[in-house]
Design a protein around this ligand. Structure first.
Ligand code: NAD
Ligand code: MG
Length: 395
């Protein structure tokens, strides 16, 4: 029996995790679920999975959560606040933590699980983008196992040799990691119409159903950029070890190319329950409720190279990856602000990359070597991005 905490249970990854767990009640027990809003959903989830703790991230929602818990007759203890998130991630009773909070808010609770030596199922890519070396170092020190849940990284993980040594591509006979992405909804849209992209258009992904922020990141391909940085840290890759390949059908979730000419790909229907089930059961496999891939149904299977003119955020992220930790932390922060403002209708779609670029360009790089310094850079870059937006960006 594995005891699991689910950070961000009310989100897209959180709901999919609870779905997979509900198929295997004899194998998984839920210790804690957490959420920031959607308290009704959180209580409904608590009724179904009977956790010991329900954590509401926002302290101001505590009274409302307690009230709702009574109404729903939820048995669990209700906790709130940032410390509670860390406590349920690092409690001695917990074996595994699904890190599925979106954005920088996930960093500290995810890191708490890593430091406590848990089996960490990592969906929250922003945590790794923000803290890279420190995150990996903490895992090495505590003995935590990091299992990638992002479908691409989960695919790469499945395609690596079983004796893969972190960062040692040559010894493993690896030539390249081929990181695939659909190219999002604007892969073929005329570039001169980008200024009229609406929130609804950007919020509709052709293949995946996901949370709002990652859906916008997929449309700008910042998501692939964050994944590029994530892959470098997860597998010890250098920027030259990874190629981004557009694969509009999202059937191949990424590949590893070997020096003998072999390419190993992981495939499946685009359904996050596959990587989640793999993370939960590794090294075994469990049923995940995913429709099996039917090759007769796939009429087209295509690939192309991403154009940086169409996806300036992808280039910004690859450049930031080469630049180092300060740049990736700031880029993540600026992007979170820009995406939020786009979703509020305050800036246009193509302003997102402009805000990100201007934020990076206007701040000289500094060395960051502690979580404190990373959090400081996160705040500074958010402030800078907000200032830039206040100065009105137009396409
Ligand atoms: P989502 O928006 O659907 O859910 C986010 C969760 O985080 C919710 O439970 C929300 O309550 C919680 N949350 C939000 N702000 C918070 C805060 N300030 N403090 C504490 N909790 C907070 O997001 P998602 O699509 O499930 O994505 C979650 C993470 O997984 C992201 O980092 C995303 O990049 C990654 N990911 C998602 C998918 C996917 O298919 N959805 C795929 C790969 C990776
Ligand atoms: Mg992904």
């Amino acid at each position: 029996m594995q005891t699991v905490t689910i950070l961000g249970a009310t989100g897209s990854i959180g709901c999919n995790t609870l779905d997979v767990i509900s198929r295997h009640p004899e194998q998984y027990r839920v210790f804690a679920i957490t959420g920031n809003s959607q308290l009704d959903l959180l209580m409904e989830q608590a009724l179904k999975c009977a956790p010991r703790y329900v954590v509401v991230a926002d302290e101001n929602q505590y009274d409302k959560a307690c009230e709702l818990a009574k109404q729903y007759r939820v048995d669990a203890e209700i906790l709130c606040g940032a410390q509670a998130l860390e406590d349920v991630s690092s409690a001695p009773e917990v074996d595994s933590v699904m890190a599925a909070i979106v954005g920088a808010a996930g960093l500290l609770p995810t890191l708490a699980a890593v430091k406590a030596g848990k089996r960490v199922m990592l969906a929250n890519k922003e945590a790794l983008v923000m803290s890279g070396a420190l995150f990996i170092e903490a895992a090495n020190q505590s003995g935590a196992t990091i299992l990638p849940i992002d479908s691409e990284h989960n695919a790469i993980f499945q395609c690596l040799p079983h004796d893969f040594q972190y960062g040692n591509f040559e010894a493993s006979g690896i030539r390249k990691i081929l990181l695939t992405g659909s190219g999002g909804p604007f892969r073929e849209r005329a570039l001169d119409t980008f200024s009229s992209i609406s929130i609804d258009e950007a919020s509709t992904h052709p293949n995946w159903s996901m949370g709002r922020k990652i859906t916008i990141d997929s449309a700008t391909m910042m998501n692939k950029g964050l994944e590029f940085i994530e892959a470098c840290w997860l597998f010890g890759a250098g920027a030259d070890d990874i190629d981004v390949v557009i694969h509009p059908q999202s059937i191949i979730h990424s590949m590893v190319q070997y020096i003998d000419g072999s390419v190993i790909a992981q495939m499946g229907n685009p359904d996050m329950r596959t990587p989640i089930a793999y993370g939960l059961a590794f090294p075994e496999r469990i049923e995940a409720g995913v429709t099996p891939l039917d090759f007769a149904d796939i009429s087209n299977f295509s690939f192309q190279t991403p154009c940086f003119k169409r996806y300036p955020n992808l280039k910004l992220a690859i450049d930031a990856c080469k630049e180092g930790q300060c740049a990736t932390t700031r880029l993540n922060a600026a992007n979170e602000v820009a995406v939020e403002r786009f979703l509020l209708g305050q800036i246009q779609f193509c302003d997102i990359a402009k805000v990100n670029e201007a934020t990076l360009e206007s701040m000289p790089m500094v060395k960051v070597s502690s979580i404190q310094q990373i959090l400081e850079q996160d705040v500074l870059a958010r402030d800078k991005a907000s200032d830039i937006i206040r100065g009105k960006f137009l396409c």
